[in-house]
Design a protein around this ligand. Structure first.
Ligand SMILES: Nc1ncnc2c1ncn2[C@@H]1O[C@H](COP(=O)(O)OP(=O)(O)OP(=O)(O)O)[C@@H](O)[C@H]1O
Ligand SMILES: [Mg+2]
Length: 272
């Protein structure tokens, strides 16, 4: 099992220079993420979710504030952090195994250890038997599994996912959400998932971070204190989803009230 990282984001702000003027994108983001925690981030388009992930992965180093992994400031990309994007970004001329092994390019492992780790991670994402397949032979969901295997093959402390299932049909998406939960539990890593899907955010997250735009800020953090695997049909699940969705509307949240059984319940039940 990989060692899960503690991620500490302190007073993080980020601007871009666009045509000579400054565009504030993130404003004073602070978030402490426990080792092994699953954080979901939701927010309207353009509120800086991908920018936040790019900063945590180390693709951009110009920002104010601090991003610390296990107490150390993040500088540049590193094997400690893996990322999965909305599009799988697999190389079409490489097989599944070769695409996954790209994640080990800088790992400095002997070939045998690399091959073992690649095989283990292909099995972890449920693609045993597809090692020699090319991306054009895979479905969208299978391609995303390969991307997840590639992100995990280094045994990172933190897994970042930027709308990884956004382009998939609803059934495949539900299935991959269950799979992601299994993989996250099995690997014991810290995960940050950006999604537009509130159902997905509540299904997977220990906490749902709701962001607001212009500039991107944290509006509210909702705890999802439900046992896993979560029952999407339960009253508690619907209540939390409603609570999150209410943050996106100007209307006050409609209070869900659990219907009381009618009086004389037994009589009523057998009256037809
Ligand atoms: N390299 C860049 N240069 C200039 N502006 C940028 C750059 N990258 C992002 N932006 C701007 O920063 C803001 C936040 O972008 P970001 O991609 O982080 O949003 P997002 O929340 O991920 O949106 P979406 O949900 O649509 O993916 C947007 O206004 C975008 O135009
Ligand atoms: Mg984005």
């Amino acid at each position: 099992m990989a060692h899960a990282g503690t991620l500490e984001i302190r007073q993080l702000s980020k601007q871009y220079r666009v045509k000579g003027s400054t565009l504030p994108v993130l404003d004073n983001i602070s978030l402490s993420i426990r080792p092994g925690e699953f954080i979901s981030i939701v927010g309207s388009s353009g509120c800086g979710k991908s920018t936040l992930l790019r900063l945590v992965i180390g693709l951009e180093n110009e920002y104010q504030g601090e991003i610390l992994l296990d107490g150390k400031r993040i500088v540049g990309t590193s094997l400690e952090r893996g990322i999965v994007f909305q599009e799988h970004r697999l190389f079409p001329w490489l097989t599944v195994a070769q695409n996954v092994s790209l994640g080990l390019l800088n790992a400095g492992l002997p070939e045998a250890a690399k091959a073992r780790s690649v095989q283990e991670h292909i099995e972890l994402v449920g693609l045993k038997g597809f090692e020699s397949a090319y991306p054009y032979q895979l479905s969208g969901g299978m391609s995303q599994r390969v991307a997840i295997a590639r992100a995990l093959v280094n045994r990172p402390e933190v897994l970042l996912l930027d709308e990884p299932f956004g382009a998939l049909d609803a059934l495949t998406r539900n299935h991959l959400q269950q799979e992601l939960q299994r993989i996250w539990e099995q690997e014991g890593i810290t995960a940050i998932l950006v999604t537009h899907d509130v159902d997905e955010a509540v299904y997977l997250g220990d906490r749902v971070v709701i962001m607001e735009p212009r500039p991107g800020r944290i509006k509210r953090i909702v705890d999802v204190d439900l046992p896993r695997p979560r029952d999407r049909g339960s009253f508690a699940f619907a209540g939390i989803k409603d609570d999150v969705l209410a943050e996106f509307s100007d209307q006050p949240p409609a209070r869900l009230v659990q219907p009381a059984p009618p009086s004389g319940f037994a009589d009523w039940q057998f009256s037809w």
